[in-house]
Design a protein around this ligand. Sequence first.
Ligand SMILES: Nc1ncnc2c1ncn2[C@@H]1O[C@H](COP(=O)(O)OP(=O)(O)OP(=O)(O)O)[C@@H](O)[C@H]1O
Ligand SMILES: [Mg+2]
Length: 415
Amino acid sequence: MYCGIDFGTSNSAIAIADDSGVQLASVEQRDITLPSALFYPLKKPPVYGHAAMTLFTEGAEGRFMRSLKRLLGTQLMNFGTLVNNTPRKFDDIIGGFISFMKDKGEALAGQPIEHAVIGRPVHFVDGDPGADYAAEQQLRRIAEAAGFKYVAFQFEPIAAAFAHETRLASEKLALVVDVGGGTSDFTVIRLDPKAAHKHACASDILGNAGTRIGGNDFDKNLSMLSVMPHLGYKTDYGAKNLPVPLSWFHDMAEWSKINFLYTAAMKREVQDVLRESHAPEKLRRYQKVLEGEAGHRLLDITEQAKIALTDAEITSADLAFIEPDLSIDMTRKDFERAIAGDVEKISATLDECLALSNVRKEQIELTVLTGGPTETPFLKLLIKEKFPAAGVSEENKLSSVALGLGHDSLRTFAA
Ligand SMILES: Nc1ncnc2c1ncn2[C@@H]1O[C@H](COP(=O)(O)OP(=O)(O)OP(=O)(O)O)[C@@H](O)[C@H]1O
Ligand SMILES: [Mg+2]
């Protein structure tokens, strides 16, 4: 028995595979995907997925974490973090999550699993091959420590392509657009349903490109435009009109950095600046979020507003937990303005993928859209405008990568 694991920035899934087929495991009740979230209660073992989100939103005491994949390949991996006053290494924290997934796969398989193909973005880190290699090595070590003896990696968009290949009626030149929570990844690939069960030969894959931009960045940019100004972003303090440090707000709007703000030194610094603030009513809100360690809660509300703007033109974020009656209106236009720079970079990376593949836009017959943010109207329009004649496939957006990794585990290990 083999498995494929999609360890996503926001959501994860595991598929088990053997000669009889490929199957997604239930990872939480009957769900086949679970949020890549952890909660460390004060004196109990960690909890994962929705259960972690629930404990956190209900205000249980402990430490909440999300978007840990974003730390791979960065310096932050070496620092570790204080969890309920105990220093912990991120290797072990991520390892706990991977073990949890492995257990779910083994429960379905009814036997231990030693072989895994793990998905990876085309680039964990942009423009830094050393850091990119380090990220993969870190993930390999983590998977081995969790008990996998044989570990291979596959690009996430290629895995998504494999999942779709099995359902095609005829050969197609396809572009996979996988925009996730942490990265945007592209592959141009010749999909052939007849070849689906054979080894992927290198010539099927014409090119890959990717960038470290995803839904997490959309959350951040929406927060910086619409939320943080209400918490004192771009305000001054003191006789010299010094700007309140911008990094406070940037870190509070970035899923993977929020936890690093919760230090005694930071709390003291904010208290000192607040005393001399020129906009104390706003900065006090920041202090409240910091003291209450509610940064994830604030960003979660922002993320929910972002998702609401996929269907609605306007929404409002209820921030009564900071201050009674505090709510912020956000429009889809605001959101599109906030992410315009990100979308431009995503578009440029897509063009780079076509160029690397030596393929013109008009030659693409099918676009395969996968990952939560591909629901965003702005991104859908971009794809439609670039490839007006191509078909669009958007099935199983949140589980296709894991399914494809399951298929790939057979090709890799059962050959
Ligand atoms: N309807 C929606 N409209 C816009 N964004 C959405 C929608 N639903 C989910 N998202 C966003 O999709 C992202 C998660 O997508 P997904 O689960 O594909 O990421 P992931 O696979 O975990 O990340 P990655 O592949 O980058 O590691 C989150 O940022 C979430 O806010
Ligand atoms: Mg993904």
